[in-house]
Ligand binder design. Structure first.
Ligand code: CIR
Length: 267
């Protein structure tokens, strides 16, 4: 892996506002439709927090044809060497990739494509300072992993396929980078071999959804409603910012998936 490399240092983010069609977003369990007004409110607050973390945020307009397009992280992977347009694994989300390629290209990103086969969702990609871990899941398969790996290895990264726990949507639903040495993870992932080089903070039982926190520069964004996790991270010395993401959660979304973060990764 190239050094120095800080996988949680960013200067920019891209987000997309939720649209009216967000009510039709995919979900594993139907716990009710998101309230679009509240979703917009939470999304605006999310943008403000990204800005307070030091990022310049590009806010893209809603894309009504794609109900899950607010979850921008799944359509691209942005690294200092270039941006890979991914191939989201859900049929209803496949078209998000072309829309994101257009938007990022307009923002000046150098666009790279994975080829015509396989699928990878950004939610399955955990970029750490040592290695890029890619969780194989219902949305990310070996063909997609192999195509992505070819690009990333060409850029000098170590890349490893790992297993996303059964019944978990994305690998990053269950883990997050806290710093170069430290990962936040659920107990079901804590012992994963891929985490052996890291110190692992384990979210308390019953707070598994809080593992989808996100480190951005000096802050760790933690979803509201998980006080044990917020305290765990805070006691470990990190600056915690608690954020309401209840509407995104109704669609199995969370803090990491609502932004693409990039720039300034090399320290
Ligand atoms: C989906 O099922 O694809 C969306 N409803 C949620 C995607 C969340 N994305 C993420 O965690 N990276």
């Amino acid at each position: 892996m190239k050094t120095p490399f800080f996988s949680y240092h960013f200067t920019h983010a891209v987000v997309r506002r939720p649209g009216l069609s967000s009510v039709d977003g995919l979900r594993a369990v139907d716990r009710g439709q998101p309230d679009i007004r509240r979703f917009e409110f939470e999304h605006n607050a999310y943008v403000r927090v990204l800005e307070r973390a030091g990022l310049k945020v590009e806010v893209l307009p809603p894309l009504e044809a794609f109900p899950d397009s607010v979850f921008v992280e799944d359509a691209a992977l942005c690294l200092p060497q270039g941006t890979v347009i991914l191939r989201p694994g859900a049929a209803s989300r496949a078209g998000e990739a072309a829309a994101m390629a257009g938007a990022l290209s307009e923002l000046g990103h150098e666009i790279h494509r994975m080829g015509p086969d396989g699928c990878v969702d950004g939610g399955d990609i955990l970029v750490t300072d040592r290695v890029i871990l890619v969780g194989l899941s219902e949305r990310t398969n070996m063909v997609g992993f192999t195509a992505l790996k070819k690009i990333l290895v060409g850029w000098g990264y170590s890349v490893q396929a790992v297993t996303t726990p059964a019944s978990v949507l994305h690998f990053k639903s269950d883990c997050a980078v806290l710093d170069s040495e430290t990962i936040l993870a659920t107990s079901r992932l804590r012992g994963a071999e891929c985490f052996a080089p890291f110190q692992v903070l384990t979210v308390p039982a019953g707070e598994e959804a809080a593992a989808n926190s996100v480190r951005i520069n000096s802050k760790v964004l933690v979803p509201a409603g998980y006080p044990g996790t917020a305290e765990l991270i805070s006691r470990a010395g990190y600056e915690v910012e608690v954020m309401g993401v209840g509407q995104a959660a109704l669609l199995d979304g969370g803090l990491s998936c609502m932004s693409l973060r990039f720039g300034g990764i090399h320290g």
